[in-house]
Design a protein around this ligand. Structure first.
Ligand SMILES: *Cc1c(COP(=O)(O)O)cnc(C)c1O
Length: 732
């Protein structure tokens, strides 16, 4: 049906292109290009300035580049050959019949795909509908499902203004602002019905019928369907329902989650898709479970409790949040006003309905918790690292009073990253040479990765240095733009040209600025930090990036404190802050740094993935033993880090100050006594051989485990294709 209709956007792009460049239109509309072999230059070469001005968005580029430039390329045999080679590669990728899934889970067919629900998707910087880790993970999940041939569709929301953008004012204070996404310039397509009208679904929200139109984003073989309510027929409040990601208040949040969960099921209905499994990535989409029950009741005539096992059997849930306050929960009043019309369709009383989201069965006065709803109505649930699984079992033990804590049915699948999205092509080239031309077909093979030891030190090092220079160039450009827009003095602006030095040990620290991430740990003793960074022979430099949530004053204060410290004249060349952290900056950072610093308050980092991205590029982790690093870190025979470093130790105390002091002391000691000396100890060729050995250990030990192929294989074999017993058959 809709899938095979001619695409108006492809047609529109083609009509602008010289005939021989027509394949670019199809490439532009499939995010596959962004992890294809020619991703760095196939579009950039068309017009590098326009490419950057449009956030590396191929649709914007092709719509705006001059016809004259296109005709220049159309007669360039080299460029034509590249376009046609890439087109052929996309063609064979899309048609491949032999995939991991076709061999391992042949009974999972395209007729009954997995439906993957998430509030945000981070596929590429050109589609800004993500905020951070959860979205990036969802994007990597879809890309990998495509690579492995796992039949999957994604369900999400298309936000008019996405997540907020960040800039810092002269006082170092974060200012938040929003930018409109122009959907007609993004790599996505509006779907139409057979009669030519836009494909829409409706959902009752706040006693109004809200209409959402449906868009499709192509991610290799996987389609991602996004709902958008910005339609003239909708009430003006409802038009803003999909205005902002994680914006607004609790009312906005519950309304968005109704759209995502209930609307999402209706999108699948309308498209004629009957999933074999619904995978809820975080609790935001859990209302989907209610809609599945309602529809099943309508088609079978059975009661809610009679269809409950059917719902459980079809649904799985991944939780991401290790603190109770991080789970969405709505007051009974709020639930009344949004669901009083809905629960009668489930033939439930108010008490029965509210109990579905209550931590204590039969206590309908508690907030309605989305995680509880998901745990009740899914057949399986998992956390995103071994430690997070443990923490989640502890946190949700209350739902299973008859069981031991260790028997709480929440397992774990540790997160990973999509290798081709995050690895620099310059290193992939090295892997092709030394691990084998088909290295990318064996990403989970530890023996293959062990061959990184055969890479000559000098080869790995010069490539790493080039990537560091790229990071430095990116940092300077972004810092200069920021200073210009703040109207700073010419002298201050020009200083950027000398910012950072490729021969200096370079640390990266980029993540959301919330208090628990403890960005302040490094400057807890400002004098000592100052001595480390400005050492005459063995200096250190650092690049920061990250946003504080608009409502998080404490996070904003941490950024401001950092900026004050950075503004010390002696640190000007050594410390940088890149504003408005996004996928583009993340890629530059993880590919270019020597050392990735992560010091959250344990165990609050559910997994973390940015440190994993670093490993694939030969960077080394310096991190608290939290999240994935708990599993990734290995010590050598001397008890010291083999593949990176572990900061501090868990005092298991609620006294944060004591824990912070201990961790900060450990961080300084590691830098002073191990890390800095190792980095600056060079052989006669000037190579830091000890450091390079650690780079190789980082790749060798982490790469086979912390990639999304291992992760998707786990999900597919354990949850998508297998049948686990229902999590809990409890009922009020
Ligand atoms: C990978 C990534 C994240 C997740 O980072 P963690 O702090 O490791 O969870 C967040 N934002 C962006 C832009 C990323 O690329």
């Amino acid at each position: 049906m809709t899938q095979h209709q001619p695409s108006p956007l492809v047609d529109r792009l083609r009509s602008r292109l010289p005939h021989s460049l027509a394949p670019l239109a199809e490439l532009a509309l499939n995010f596959w290009w962004s992890w294809s072999p020619d991703r760095l230059s196939i579009f950039r070469q068309i017009d590098s300035e326009l490419w950057d001005a449009g956030r590396q968005n191929p649709v914007y580029l092709l719509e705006n580049v001059s016809y004259e430039r296109l005709t220049q390329l159309a007669i360039d045999p080299d460029y034509l050959a590249r376009v046609h080679r890439l087109q052929a590669q996309l063609g064979s990728y899309l048609q491949a019949s032999q995939t991991w899934a076709s061999h391992q889970i042949p009974h999972l067919t395209a007729q009954q795909p997995v439906a993957y629900f998430c509030a945000e998707f981070g596929l590429h910087q050109s589609l800004p509908i993500y905020s951070g880790g959860l979205g990036i993970l969802a994007g990597d999940h879809l890309k990998t499902a495509s690579d492995l041939g796992i039949p999957m569709v994604g369900i999400g929301l298309l936000y008019r203004q996405g997540y907020f953008r960040q800039r810092l004012n002269r006082a170092g204070w974060q200012e938040d602002y929003y930018v409109d996404n122009r959907f007609d310039e993004l790599p996505l397509e509006r779907l139409y019905q057979a009669d030519g009208r836009p494909l829409c679904i409706t959902v009752e929200i706040r006693e109004r019928t809200v209409t959402a139109q449906v868009w499709r984003v192509q991610v290799g073989r996987v389609s991602l369907y996004l709902m958008d309510t910005d339609l003239p027929d909708n009430d003006s409040i409802d038009r803003w329902l999909t205005g902002h990601l994680y914006g607004g208040n609790q009312e906005t949040r519950v309304a968005q989650e109704i759209l995502l969960g209930i609307g999402g099921v209706r999108v699948l209905n309308t498209l004629g898709i009957t999933p074999s499994t619904y995978h809820l990535n975080e609790g935001h989409a859990a209302f989907c479970l209610l809609e599945l029950a309602r529809q099943r009741m309508a088609s079978t005539g059975k009661s809610f409790y009679a269809v409950e096992p059917w719902v459980q059997e079809h649904c799985i849930f991944t939780t991401h949040t290790p603190v109770p306050a991080g789970h969405d929960a709505f007051t009974p009043d709020l639930m009344d006003s949004y669901f009083a019309q809905y629960w009668p369709h489930l033939n439930l009383t108010r008490e029965q309905f509210l109990s579905l989201g209550a931590r204590r069965l039969g206590d309908p006065w508690e907030p309605f918790n989305m995680t509880v709803l998901a745990l009740r109505l899914c057949r399986a649930a998992n956390g995103v690292s071994a430690l997070h699984g443990e923490v989640s079992r502890q946190m949700w033990h209350i739902l299973y009073p008859e069981r031991q804590e260790s028997e709480v049915p929440i397992g774990h699948i540790t997160n990973g990253v999509h290798v081709k999205t995050w690895t620099a092509p310059l290193l992939e080239d090295l892997y092709s040479q030394y691990l084998g031309a088909d290295w990318d077909q064996h990403l989970t093979d530890a023996q293959m990765w062990a061959k990184v030891d055969t890479i000559p030190d000098g080869e790995l090092w010069w490539r790493h240095q080039v990537l560091k220079e790229r990071l430095i160039a990116h940092t300077r450009v972004r810092m200069k733009q920021a200073r210009l827009s703040r109207g700073e003095s010419p002298e201050h602006i020009h200083r950027v040209d000398h910012l950072l030095d490729p021969d200096v040990l370079t640390i990266g620290f980029a993540r959301r600025f919330s208090a628990y991430k403890r960005a302040f740990l490094l400057i807890k003793d400002p004098e000592r930090a100052f001595r480390i960074f400005t050492h005459a022979e063995r200096p250190v430099q650092i690049v920061f990036a990250g946003k504080a949530h608009p409502a998080d004053e404490e996070g904003k204060r941490i950024i401001q404190r950092l900026m004050e410290w950075c503004n010390h004249p002696a640190l000007h060349a050594r410390v940088a802050f890149i504003e408005d952290y996004d996928i583009h900056t993340a890629r530059r950072l993880v590919q270019g740094v020597d050392l990735w610093l992560n010091n959250p308050r344990r165990p609050l980092e559910a997994s973390g993935t940015s440190g994993q991205k670093v490993c694939f590029n030969g960077g080394i982790n310096l991190s608290v033993l939290d999240g994935w690093w708990c599993e990734g870190y290995q010590a050598g025979p001397d008890g010291k880090g083999l593949n990176g470093w572990a900061i501090g130790e868990d005092l298991h105390t609620s006294q944060q100050e004591a824990q912070d002091r201990l961790d900060s002391e450990s961080l300084y000691q590691l830098l002073e006594n191990e890390i800095v000396p190792l980095y600056y100890s060079r052989n006669e060729q000037g190579l830091p051989v000890g450091w390079i050995a650690k780079m190789k250990a980082s790749i060798r030990t982490c790469a086979p485990l912390f990639n999304t192929e291992r992760m998707l294989q786990d999900y597919a074999l354990r949850y998508y294709a297998g049948q686990a017993s229902p999590v809990l058959a409890g009922r009020p």
